[in-house]
Design a protein around this ligand. Structure first.
Ligand code: KIV
Ligand code: NA
Length: 266
């Protein structure tokens, strides 16, 4: 199977829904890749992998190392890497330097950046210079200090109009897709209809052109539970049970047994 391309993702608007999940490591990428269209190396790895209090502590070095692992573990999905906080907001030139470094070091096809109308010139700058950009509007976790929390967006008319304007600006600037996070269903429906590129929702209803979740969330591996997360497994429970069994067998000297032991043939 040949790897999907960014134009192929863009052309999926109004067709088959896009399937996207986060991946941070090679083994997880290998397991998700056959089932997904897009693997996102999300800066959510700051919380999920490193235990940071937010995504603000994530660096380009971390995104580069995890991005390279995910590219090595996949051959089908388009790999998109999050631009970490502080690596792109200052200017289009700063964003180009950071994004080109990420693509060169990892082999990923595209970057994702948070923000609306204010980031549109940067989205255009990169898109026109060969770096495909995925946008991210609505609840933008890197702006947690400005937003005052992780609550759903678009509850007031002003917020609704602002988010529509943000998505339109990013779309017109050339984004090949937009993540819409934590928004009310009516806003998600309007937004998806307003822009020419696919809208991929997370906590944004079934009205989008695709869906994304943090893999550790949907597998029941990470303790945080937002309302929009559906748990498809209880991996935390299954890991605890397996480790409890192992610990018991070590303490009772029933592991290792004969099958796991190198015995002389004599
Ligand atoms: O960092 C991340 O995982 C994301 C997704 C939730 C869209 O940005
Ligand atoms: Na992110």
């Amino acid at each position: 199977m040949k790897r999907l391309t960014v134009p192929a993702i863009r052309n999926r608007k109004g067709k088959e829904p896009l399937v996207m999940l986060t991946a941070y490591t090679v083994r997880m990428a290998q397991l998700l890749d056959p089932h997904c269209d897009i693997l996102l190396v999300g800066d959510s790895l700051g919380q999920v992998i490193y235990g940071f209090p937010s995504t603000l502590q994530v660096t380009l070095d971390l995104m580069s190392a995890h991005g390279a692992a995910v590219v090595r573990g996949s051959y089908h999905s388009v790999v998109v890497i999050d631009m970490p906080f502080g690596s792109y907001e200052a200017s289009p030139e700063q964003a180009f330097a950071s994004a080109s470094r990420l693509l060169a070091e990892t082999g990923a096809a595209a970057v994702k950046m948070e923000g609306g109308a204010a980031m549109a010139p940067t989205v255009a700058f990169l898109s026109e210079r060969g770096i495909p950009v995925m946008g991210h509007v609505g609840l933008t976790p890197q702006a947690v200090n400005a937003l005052g929390g992780y609550g759903a967006r678009g509850k007031t008319n002003a917020e609704h109009d602002k988010i529509i304007g943000d998505a339109r600006a990013i779309d017109q600037a050339g984004a090949f897709a937009i993540v819409a996070e934590g928004i009310m269903e009516p806003l998600a429906r309007t937004l998806t209809g307003e822009v020419s590129c696919p809208v991929i929702g997370i906590g944004a209803s079934a009205q989008c052109d695709g869906q994304v979740l943090v893999t550790e969330d949907m597998l029941g591996l990470f303790e945080r539970t937002a309302r929009f997360v559906k748990k498809y497994d209880d991996m935390a429970g299954r890991i605890s049970a397996a480790v409890e069994t192992y610990a018991g067998e070590v303490r009772s000297r029933t592991f290792p047994g004969p099958e796991q032991t190198y015995l002389p043939k004599d």
